[in-house]
Design a protein around this ligand. Structure first.
Ligand SMILES: Cc1ncc(C[n+]2csc(CCOP(=O)(O)OP(=O)(O)O)c2C)c(N)n1
Ligand SMILES: [Mg+2]
Length: 692
């Protein structure tokens, strides 16, 4: 095997050898797994080689160095590209506490076990599972949309932390995408926003191979992508040959010189490049090549036909001399700069340290409001707005915005100096997403991946438009925050198109996502207090549009119980209830009203306020038993949302007062009457259960 022993002579030869190593590792892994997508790694190996070895500022020894360039594989099915390059560059593993583990992120053994249980070479790139993955991709379009958040974050960080002579932040974001990514709506939303914001630190490279699963894109995708992106305000370039590393490099250098606009590089490629029978066919997309075709392809590359998982001598060394040396030097230079910066700007340096570890600054919760008892009360969204304005002042890197509903969501940061993020004002903490909910959620993910504490907002009903990115937030274990107002039927007259019914159930069903539906203003404060302390879970707040009475906490239990997800708000004498009313949000007060009536008629009732199933379910069993004693079978759950799932708390003999249909267009009061959200109905249900 000449290839593994003889050192290649020229730079060009070793570059080609490295590219073919990426290709053949991908082919072999997919062949062995009998599953995967070989065609795109084969086509894009030269691109990945060029970006990594010639361009990117990334130190494989420290894949979380804050000023690294970001690499995103939005066409996540081509994951073997990433596993190959992470392995060949010797990128190191880091754990969830940001500690370096002293072992490679992806070993050759992981690659041999591609797509097998526990392998660090899973089917698609997974943040938090494999170091060096900047964001989870696989749902097409998400990676590039998320990259816009990363680009916004870089602009904001540079604006806040860079000082004359101290460019602490100055990195670029490179995202690769395919036809599928650019067909997805979220890409259009994100590209439009990126163009508006003039994010010139952002470069998307479009793998223009004219192939998707069903065949040639002439059956589905015949738009003029270049013109489309020009219209978004992007700088567009084209490289006509995906194997021409010099031209790829030149295009990227041109991106680096381009100011005021993001860049799209359209790269004409051939899926399955080198495979005699599968090149340029959809078969190359998602099936292993097969034994015979693998041999023929390797022959075409000048590769030993029978070699498996071969990493020729000189390849890791070549990458070590390229990205390895360049990245290490860049990081060292940055570390020296940061040490000097720390001496001169200790407070700012401390912020950067805390942010990197997702810690909160001292005094992060000072001045949080306490709301006095008030029968008229205050809307959940109003209380939330007050809290957000305090948090944003206490936590420098806390920011966010709405998808054009800021005045309704009450998410505008109105204190002096909050500012609005625009191209000319990158220090603003009010983000304006426009009516682009899906991109908003992906951008919030990108901000969070950049270690900012970010929130996005819209009406709860439109969480549907953001859900795929919220799901990824949970999968990535990011502490993002989604502020959803106008929950339940609070948007009365707007009618059923604006009234979420199944959305709470849907959010509660996402593993790791924490959902809160607070019952009064003080519960809103406590929900935020709990959420801010989460480091690895995203949270959703479902907030009322209408005022909710602020409970008298001298009479009822303190709202701090919110931190346990559910708590006994009002109790039977001696803490010995015969019936339990469980409610969230606007129905908490309803439950309290019913409770008072029951008590007056001599019935021992308890009210449990349950703003968060997720948090409650994680309490120790003793606590849960104390709140919901198993011997008390008479239970009524009240929630202006789908009844789906409440059986788990009320049991088989309990009652659920909830929604089984869509709502209606009418004033809220009328809807409450129509759908039975009235104290008399709750009292009747309780009495029926007790046979009284
Ligand atoms: C949102 C979403 N829809 C569908 C899929 C399933 N899927 C995976 S790859 C693919 C085709 C992608 O085509 P393209 O982006 O051109 O990738 P190529 O085959 O050229 O690499 C599809 C439909 C997905 N991963 N995500
Ligand atoms: Mg394609």
């Amino acid at each position: 095997m000449a290839i593994s022993s003889a050192k290649p002579k020229s730079d060009e030869a070793i570059a080609q050898l490295t590219i073919n190593t990426i290709r053949t590792l991908s082919i072999d892994a997919i062949q062995k797994a009998k599953s995967g997508h070989p065609g795109t790694p084969m086509a894009l190996a030269p691109l990945v080689y060029t970006l990594w070895n010639r361009v990117m500022q990334f130190d494989p020894k420290d894949p979380i160095w804050p000023n690294r360039d970001r690499f995103i594989l939005s066409n996540g099915h081509a994951s073997m590209l990433l596993w190959s390059i992470l392995h060949l560059t010797g990128t190191q593993a880091v754990d969830a506490e940001y500690e370096k583990l002293g072992k490679p992120s992806v070993s050759l053994d992981d690659i041999r076990r591609f797509r097998q249980i526990d392998s660090r070479a899973p089917g698609h790139p997974e943040y938090h599972w494999v170091s060096g993955v900047e964001t989870t991709t696989g749902p097409l379009g998400q990676g590039i949309a998320t990259s816009v958040g990363m680009a916004i974050a870089e602009k904001w960080l540079a604006n806040r932390y860079n000082k004359p002579g101290y460019d602490i932040f100055g990195y670029r974001i490179y995202a690769i995408c395919g036809d599928g990514c650019l067909m997805e709506g979220v890409a259009s939303e994100a590209a439009s926003l990126a163009g508006h914001l003039g994010l010139d630190n952002l470069c998307w490279i479009y793998d223009n191979n004219h192939i998707t699963i069903e065949g040639d894109t002439n059956i589905t995708f015949t738009e003029d992508v270049a013109t489309r992106f020009l219209a978004y305000g992007w700088h567009v370039m084209r490289v006509g040959n995906a194997n021409d590393v010099d031209r790829i490099e030149r295009a990227i250098r041109t991106f680096q010189q381009t100011q005021g606009r993001p860049t799209l590089i359209i790269l004409d490629s051939q899926i399955g490049y080198g495979s005699p029978h599968k090149q340029d066919t959809p078969e190359a997309h998602g099936e292993p090549l097969g034994d015979e075709e693998t041999k023929l392809t390797k022959r075409a590359y000048g590769w030993p036909e029978d070699a498996q998982f071969l990493v020729p001598e000189g390849v890791p060394e070549h990458l070590a001399a390229g990205i390895g040396a360049r990245g290490a030097a860049a990081r060292q230079k940055w570390l020296d700069l940061f040490a000097a910066y720390r001496a001169k700007y200790p407070a700012l340096a401390a912020e950067i340290d805390q942010m990197q570890k997702r810690e909160l600054p001292a005094g992060w919760d000072k001045n949080l409001p306490v709301f006095p008892a008030d029968a008229k009360g205050i809307a959940g969204r109003e209380a939330s707005g007050k809290v957000l304005n305090v948090l944003a002042q206490n936590i420098p890197w806390f920011m966010g915005g709405s998808a054009d509903l800021g005045p309704s969501n009450k998410t505008l940061l109105t204190y002096e100096g909050a500012g609005h993020f625009q191209a000319a004002t990158p220090g603003g903490k009010n983000l304006h997403f426009g009516i682009r909910e899906h991109a908003m959620a992906a951008v919030v993910n990108g901000l969070s991946l950049s270690k900012l504490r970010a929130f996005g907002a819209t009406f709860f009903i439109f969480s549907d438009y953001a859900r795929p990115a919220i799901r990824l937030s949970a999968l990535m274990e990011l502490p993002t925050i989604f502020v959803f107002t106008h929950e339940a039927m609070s948007d009365g007259e707007d009618g059923p198109t604006h009234q979420p019914v199944e959305h709470l159930a849907s959010m509660r069903a996402i593993p790791g996502l924490v959902t809160f539906r607070p019952g009064d203003a003080n519960e809103v404060v406590e929900a935020y207090r709990t959420i801010l302390q989460l480091r690895h879970e995203p949270a959703v707040l479902a907030l009322s549009r209408q005022p909710l009475p602020t409970l008298d906490r001298k009479k009822y239990a303190l709202a701090t119980g919110v931190s346990k997800g559910a708590y006994v708000l009002a109790d039977a004498p001696g803490g010995n209830p015969e019936v339990i009313l469980i409610a969230s949000g606007s129905e908490v007060c309803l439950a309290v009203e019913a409770h008072e009536k029951l008590v007056a008629s001599g019935i021992r009732s308890r009210v449990v306020s349950m703003p968060s199933w997720d948090i409650f379910d994680h309490q120790p069993p003793e606590y849960r038993e104390r709140v919901l004693p198993s011997k008390v079978k008479a239970r009524v759950a009240i929630e202006q949302a789908s009844t789906f799932g409440w059986e788990r708390y009320v049991g088989e003999s309990g009652r659920i007062i909830g929604m089984k249909t869509f709502g209606g267009s009418a004033p809220l009061k009328e809807l409450q009457r129509r759908f039975g959200f009235e104290p008399e109905r709750v009292v009747a249900a309780a009495k029926e259960l007790l046979g009284k």
